[in-house]
Design a protein around this ligand. Structure first.
Ligand SMILES: O=P(O)(O)OC[C@H]1O[C@H](O)[C@H](O)[C@@H](O)[C@@H]1O
Length: 527
């Protein structure tokens, strides 16, 4: 059994803390030695991706200290316990089994006589069969016509991951003739969200997936009622247009007002659920079950790499530990995720939830305060758009923000033009290469307003093309990174008590049970 200790009690962490500002990346990344670093500081990920950390503030000494920390914190032992079914989510007394939705990494995990891997696979099959029948015209609307659009109603983990993955693969599916149905998403309780989406779809040919693990989320239940109202007003029977993805114990599971219900369980957290029916139903409907299966295979292959005890051959653990060095030793407060891929435009939003809801904690897994900083602020936008927006602060601001670039050699659609001797794809890639070196090396100028200090660390994940498999590997990479960081910080990364207080106060406002500031704000907002 692994022992769970606070980071500041580990001797390897004390050693690592002595290595503050140990590497000058401006010097290390300059000239020929910079080129050598780029060649050497790279490790393979799944699905043909590479994790390159040449422009991070590490060298052999820092990497050795990180490897020692990985060993002393027993990161691989903890991962093994997790996928073998230990109660890692101490706050909610639950196992953490999202890896089993894509592969069997360890021993079978059996709960109340049910093998959990078999359960997740069975639910994926249910989603696949449903999708195949919709595509084949065996499940049709009341007029006997095919459904053409699918709309997901959900929020948080029941929206962000599936939405990011759908957007990521939409063009790929079109280019590869696997695009089956357009998907749309309703998440916000702002009525303008549901109204705008409903106005953009042909209701008679639209399927709605109500996704809520708990089956109690205010926004989702409100939007479900909003959609049912619109269907009824259009003379349609809501129960012939809706399916549910939920946990077997939720109130939604008891309803017979759905075409079908696909189940998940309490052992897959919302922000880790896009590999379950939460992502599986919509992605199978939109692109076909085979595409979703390829995504799961990419994630499974990345998970396998994450079991490697050798830090330099485990890109997920390496990325995690470099992040810990940046956060706890270098003292950087945030991290930007910058995909040079328009298809990944919502991927940073998904990672915001995944990372900040997991590791935005001030107490350890035993509920005791910790005396060190934990999860960074995560934000990001696709390049090159971000370059024309917030990169000013990244290059010349007073905070150093570690960067995580993602780039692909080829576009998904392959439609391009050659203007002034380069394609758009080459221009995109030229920019990401330029940014890495500009951030690391900077440029001196007598005019301080034009001076670039450099020494701004970044990594890049490079792939051939964004495909279902490489997307699955990317997703698993970041999930596993977050998990390893939570282990290092001795946190429970799998609950989210910090979202409760606001929900309770909002209920009081709606019940007009307010006083003081809450009452004045209620009046101000006409509630
Ligand atoms: O899927 P649901 O139970 O409706 O939950 C949707 C979301 O809402 C909660 O407030 C949590 O902060 C999220 O982690 C969760 O993903």
């Amino acid at each position: 059994m692994a022992t769970w200790k606070n980071l500041d009690t580990l001797s390897s962490y004390k050693k690592l803390s002595g290595l503050k500002n140990h590497v000058d990346i401006a010097a290390a990344m300059s000239g020929e030695q910079g080129g050598e670093r780029v060649k050497n500081y790279s490790t393979p990920m799944a699905a043909g991706l590479q994790y390159n950390y040449a422009a991070k503030e590490v060298d052999e000494t820092v990497l050795a200290a990180l490897a020692e920390l990985a060993g002393e914190a027993q990161l691989i032992d903890k991962f093994k316990e997790l996928y073998n079914g230990a109660v890692i989510n101490t706050g909610e007394n639950r196992m953490v089994l999202h890896h089993l939705a894509r592969t069997q990494l360890g021993n079978p995990v059996v709960v109340d006589g049910v093998d959990k891997r078999e359960f997740y696979v069975a639910q994926q099959k249910k989603a696949a069969d449903f999708a195949n029948k919709v595509h084949a015209g065996e499940i049709v609307n009341e007029a006997g016509e095919k459904f053409t659009t699918v709309v997901q109603i959900g929020i948080g983990g029941s929206d962000l991951g599936p939405r990011a993955l759908y957007i990521a693969l939409e063009n790929w599916a079109k280019a590869n003739n696997t695009f089956k149905m357009e998907a749309k998403f309703i998440s916000n309780v702002d009525p303008d969200d549901a109204a705008a989406v409903l106005a953009s779809v042909d209701l008679a040919h639209a399927l709605f997936i109500v996704v809520s693990k708990s089956g109690t989320t205010l926004e989702t239940l409100t939007n479900e009622a909003f959609v049912k109202d619109a269907l009824t007003k259009a003379g349609l029977n809501p129960s012939k247009h809706m399916l549910a993805v939920t946990s077997e114990t939720s109130p939604l599971a008891k309803s017979d007002e759905y075409l079908t219900a696909i189940f998940m369980d309490d052992y897959i957290g919302g922000r880790y659920s896009s590999v379950s029916g939460v992502g599986g139903a919509i992605l199978s409907l939109a692109f076909g079950p085979e595409v979703f299966a390829e995504l799961l295979d990419g994630a499974a292959a990345e998970d396998k790499l994450a079991t490697n005890r050798d830090l330099l051959k485990n890109p997920d653990m390496l990325d995690a530990l470099i992040g810990v060095y940046e956060r706890n030793v270098q003292g950087y407060p945030s991290t930007a995720v910058l995909p040079y891929s328009q298809a990944l435009s919502r991927f940073p939003a998904h990672l915001q939830q995944c990372d900040m809801e997991s590791n935005g904690k001030s107490v350890n897994r035993f509920g005791e305060p910790v005396d060190y900083v934990t999860g960074p602020v995560i934000f990001g936008e696709p390049g090159t758009n971000g370059q024309h927006s917030f990169y000013q602060l990244l290059h010349q601001g007073t905070d150093i923000v570690p960067l995580q670039f993602i780039g692909f050699k080829n576009s998904q659609l392959g439609v391009d033009v050659d203007i002034e001797n380069s394609t758009s794809q080459q221009k995109l890639c030229a920019n990401v290469a330029a940014q890495i070196v500009a951030f690391a090396c900077g440029k001196e100028d007598e005019n301080l307003n034009k001076n670039f200090k450099g020494k701004r660390p970044s990594s890049i994940i490079v792939g051939d093309k964004l495909t279902p498999a490489s997307l699955g590997a990317l997703l698993a990479h970041f999930e596993n990174k977050i998990m390893f960081q939570g282990f290092v910080w001795n946190l429970n990364s799998f609950d989210q008590e910090g979202v409760q207080l606001g929900k309770i106060l909002a209920k009081r406002v709606l019940a007009h049970d307010t006083d003081g500031a809450l009452k004045v704000f209620s009046d101000m907002l006409n509630i």
